[in-house]
Ligand binder design. Structure first.
Ligand code: C2E
Ligand code: MG
Ligand code: MG
Ligand code: MG
Length: 280
């Protein structure tokens, strides 16, 4: 009867919750080992303007001993709720700055940048500004070569504190990009208060740009917004030539996506971009 089914339903639900809790605990343990045993790796995906690579986004991967390369979507949410993202994020920043300094020593990368994703937990941490400064200083990297990607949802809380942090870093030369733009709840009034330099059109709008009139309209709106707020606009997730042509036609100037290059490990990235580095 209904009561019996209800009870089974509750039991099933509990079992499922139990399984989820232990999966998360296991993952958190795995992440601790991953840090200790240096199983994290960075991949790099080019960002294009005209016919040159102007920079790259840094994308985290977990080289798991059994599972192979694990995508960030599978472990960052857990690292975020366990707080481990603070340590992981610090490592990503340090590595990115080390790479920037290395490139600056060996090639003419003055106008190059690396874009690093920052999680909500990191941004709202009281040590955030100091840690970005420390990563730059420890590695001798140039602040102008660092872009930090934030998402709209991170900006809903403590906006005045966040703006103050952004201003401190902007004063050094660090730039900010608003990732996955269009999917969150940006209000125009705060958008103009934020010291941003770039809006990043979410790839969900790019995907159907040729067939979905709404997506095309949203992209046009974002491009117009970028123009009036004097922000660069980059489209992410560009996979096909027709998508690229349509975006160009709408006035978009910066691009990232499989059409130009998938995220790859450092050695492969450096080889592919060799032409973009002017050797000193
Ligand atoms: P995101 O910052 O929006 O990164 C873009 C995602 O789109 C990446 O997924 C990238 O591999 C993927 N992508 C790029 N071009 C294309 C394309 O043409 N087609 C398709 N279908 N996908 C494309 P990935 O590497 O799995 O990263 C997922 C998310 O994980 C990132 O989204 C970002 O939010 C987060 N993430 C990655 N690395 C870090 C990190 O170091 N720290 C933090 N906090 N988050 C990170
Ligand atoms: Mg990003
Ligand atoms: Mg994005
Ligand atoms: Mg995304």
């Amino acid at each position: 009867d209904a009561k019996e089914r209800g009870r089974n339903g509750v039991r099933f639900f509990n079992q499922q919750m139990q399984a989820e809790v232990s999966a998360r605990t296991e993952l958190a343990t795995g992440l601790r080992q991953a840090m200790a045993q240096q199983q994290f790796v960075l991949h790099f995906q080019p960002q294009i303007q005209g016919d040159t690579t102007v920079g790259a986004e840094v994308l985290l991967r977990w080289q798991h001993p059994d599972k192979g390369l694990v995508a960030p979507g599978l472990f960052i949410p857990v690292a975020e709720s366990s707080g481990q993202i603070l340590q992981i994020g610090r490592w990503v920043l340090q590595q990115a700055c080390m790479q920037l300094a290395e490139w600056a020593r060996h090639s003419d990368t003055a106008s190059w940048y690396l874009a690093v994703n920052v999680s909500a937990r990191q941004l709202h941490d009281v040590h955030f500004v100091d840690e970005v400064k420390k990563a730059l200083r420890d590695n001798g990297a140039i602040a102008e070569n660092l872009v930090l990607e934030l998402t709209e949802s991170q900006l809903l809380q403590d906006i005045d504190t966040v703006i103050h942090k952004m201003q401190q870093l902007t004063a050094l030369g660090v730039r900010f990009s608003l990732d996955d733009f269009g999917t969150g709840y940006s209000s125009l009034s705060y958008l103009k208060r934020l010291p941003l330099s770039q809006l990043k059109i979410d790839r969900s709008f790019v995907r159907d740009i040729l067939t979905d009139a709404n997506d095309k309209a949203i992209i046009k709106t974002i491009l117009a917004l970028g123009q009036s707020l004097e922000l660069a606009v980059i489209a992410e997730g560009v996979e096909t030539e027709p998508q690229y042509q349509k975006l160009l036609q709408l006035g978009c100037q910066q691009f990232q996506g499989y059409l130009f290059g998938k995220p790859v490990a450092l050695a492969e990235f450096a080889k592919a971009q060799l032409g973009s580095f002017t050797q000193r």
